[in-house]
Structures are given as C-alpha cells and as structure tokens.
Design a protein around this ligand. Structure first.
Ligand SMILES: [Zn+2]
Length: 163
C-alpha cells in the first residue's frame, strides 16, 4: 500500500535532510527514493565502504529526524533531545537511523563522552538544516512529484538556488 499524501511529503522531507547533510560531508550516494523496495519509509542509497568520516555519518543519520522536526515545527528541537521521547510514534521511521548513529558513536568512544558528542552533532545539524529550510521545502515537493531524485539532480538544484 502506498503512503498517503501527507506521509509521502513527510518521508520526502526526512530523506532530503539525509541527502543535504550527506552532500555537505562529501558522503557519496546514488539517489533518494520514496519507494525503495523493502523499505516502507524510503531510503538513501549510500555507496558502501566510506565509513571514514564518523562526524559525517552520524550527522547524516540524524539529519532525517532533525529535518522532519524542523519542517513540522517540533519545539523539542531546541532542547536537549530526549531520544526515548523523540523516537516515539510520530518519528517511528527514525529509530533505525538513531540506532545506527549510536552504534557508530559507541564504537568510537565510551558512554561518558557519547552523549556530549551526539548533542554537539545534533546542534550542528539543526543549525545547518535551519539555514536551508526554504530549499528543503522546495526539494521535498519535487521529490514527492518525481518519487526519486539522484544525487546529481539534488546538487544541480542546490547550485541553481545558491545565492
Ligand atoms: Zn532516515
């Protein structure tokens, strides 16, 4: 069953968040796709074998959730995130992203540093995506119409709209 229009827009905004942060950190991917087979919530097809940049990967993984929160004016974006609460019904699609981000962080440092690290990444991604919110809204509308966007299409859109 296809997601309804509202869900589709929500997924598009989530995926655009992943894509913009991936591009920012030079993480390669082929396309974003609202109907990737096997994944109800779409997906960013990342080219594997590039895990060298932990900051970039953690940022990219959190960016979907953060982008949704920004687009839907979730006031919790400005507070220290309580992930148990965030990864609740309205952000169900982000729980896997968050688990992957935590796995990366926990591999790299002990728990006492992990929270502060995640928080600094969180705030950095919030600031970055906030600065692109107009583009995000426009690009998500294009993605809803076309169902998929390649990395080069997104990059072309970004350079055409660069000030
Ligand atoms: Zn995601």
């Amino acid at each position: 069953m296809l997601p309804d229009a509202y869900d589709k827009l929500r997924v598009a905004r989530h995926e655009i968040g992943h894509a913009l942060v991936a591009i920012r950190f030079g993480i390669d991917f082929t396309k974003i796709d609202l109907f990737e087979s096997g994944s109800k919530l779409g997906g960013l097809q990342v080219v594997l074998g590039q895990k060298k940049q932990t900051d970039g990967y953690v940022s990219m993984l959190l960016a979907g959730l953060i982008c949704e929160m920004l687009c839907y004016n979730d006031h919790r974006i400005n507070m220290v995130p309580d992930f148990e609460y965030l990864i609740s019904d309205s952000y169900l699609g982000s729980s896997n992203d968050y688990d992957q981000a935590c796995d990366l962080v926990w591999d790299m440092m002990d728990d006492s540093k992990a929270d502060a690290y995640l928080l600094s990444i969180w705030h950095d991604v919030v600031i970055y995506l906030k600065s692109k919110i107009g583009l995000i809204i426009e690009l998500a509308d294009v993605l809803v119409q076309k169902n998929e966007l390649s990395k080069s299409e997104i990059e072309a859109f970004l350079s055409a709209n660069a000030k």
